[in-house]
Design a protein around this ligand. Structure first.
Ligand SMILES: [Ca+2]
Length: 318
């Protein structure tokens, strides 16, 4: 089970153009919620064939697949409904490289086939997916999407280095109508980018950058955006992790100033083998947006991203 307590503190944005602007102001928020309450079961049918079910009681998300291992190296074929492989695996999904910038939600499950191969130092995943029966998924229409990631694992000296890239191509993204005669309303979504993990002694660096292009045929719009994430971890002793991170999101490269920056720090404690507590503080800011918002109301939403947040995560597992 994973829960979170969040407090946000928006900076005051003064808009001189009128009262309506107040509706754009992000509310200050004190909130607690259950992020995840999964029940899961693995059934080993034979040495190399297993069945796996994971149900999110609160979210209704369902992961259910059959997995056939290919040899002893970790390679497999997976068939069913699962979380597609993309980029770094972060415990916090409220980052620009997940839910906020790339639209990859924590409860996203897609039905399809995934293959993992591990020749030599390479570790590669490739899946063909097409939405999900329960929650819709990202592409609930007739066109399958292709996603995957591949990385190389090296150990230069005492360090461990993993670097690779991910891609996610959806030719039939979110359909905005139930009327299948209106096929042109579909969107095209492409995400791609490199990532790396480097650890040496008590230090670990995580980094990812992604490009995203979304075209909406109905609205005749094309959006090009990019996101980055960098994290530095220091573990002074076992069971304690200190973190510094910086991320950025430009939701549309042709529009300026709307580049959002977010920087923060936090720590992670493992009081026992079954629990994890994370506390983090982060500050989001958009240089130049406040000044620009006085002239252009369209930039108010960017200006109002300016805020501080304190988040406490608690995670218990069996
Ligand atoms: Ca921009």
């Amino acid at each position: 089970m994973r829960g979170a307590v969040i407090a946000t503190f928006p900076r005051e944005i003064i808009d001189e153009s009128g009262d309506e602007a107040t509706s754009f102001q992000l509310p200050s928020l004190r909130s607690a919620f259950l992020m995840q309450d999964d029940v899961y079961l693995t059934l080993g049918v034979t040495k190399s064939f297993s069945l796996y079910v994971d149900y999110g009681v609160g979210s209704g998300s369902l992961e259910a697949f059959a997995l056939k291992q290919l040899g002893d190296s970790g390679g497999y074929v997976k068939v069913g409904q699962f979380v597609p492989a993309y980029g770094l695996k972060l415990p916090n999904h409220r980052t620009y490289i997940r839910e906020e910038g790339l639209g990859i939600e924590p409860n996203l499950r897609e039905a399809g086939v995934e293959v993992r191969i591990t020749p030599g130092k390479l570790n590669a995943y490739l899946s063909v997916i097409n939405g999900t029966a329960l929650t819709g998924g990202l592409n609930p229409d007739w066109k399958p999407a292709v996603t995957g990631r591949a990385d190389v694992n090296l150990s230069p000296g005492p360090a461990m280095l993993t670097f690779g890239a991910s891609g996610w191509y959806e030719p039939g993204g979110a359909v905005e109508t139930e009327n299948y005669q209106e096929f042109d309303r579909r969107t095209l979504d492409l995400r791609a980018g490199p990532y790396l993990m480097l650890s040496a002694g008590k230090f670990t660096v995580l980094a990812e950058a992604d490009y995203r292009r979304t075209s909406d045929n109905a609205a005749e719009t094309l959006t090009t955006s990019y996101v980055t994430y960098t994290e530095l971890d220091f573990a002074p002793r076992q069971g304690l992790d200190l973190q510094l991170f910086y991320e950025a999101w430009d939701p549309e490269i042709t529009l300026t100033p709307n580049l959002m920056h977010r920087a923060g720090a936090g720590f992670e404690l493992f009081p026992s083998g079954f629990s994890e507590i994370r506390v983090l503080y982060r500050h989001t800011f958009v240089p130049g947006a406040e000044e620009a918002a006085k002239d252009s109301r369209t930039l108010l939403s960017a200006a109002n991203q300016d805020m501080d947040e304190v988040v406490l995560f608690a995670h218990f597992f069996l």
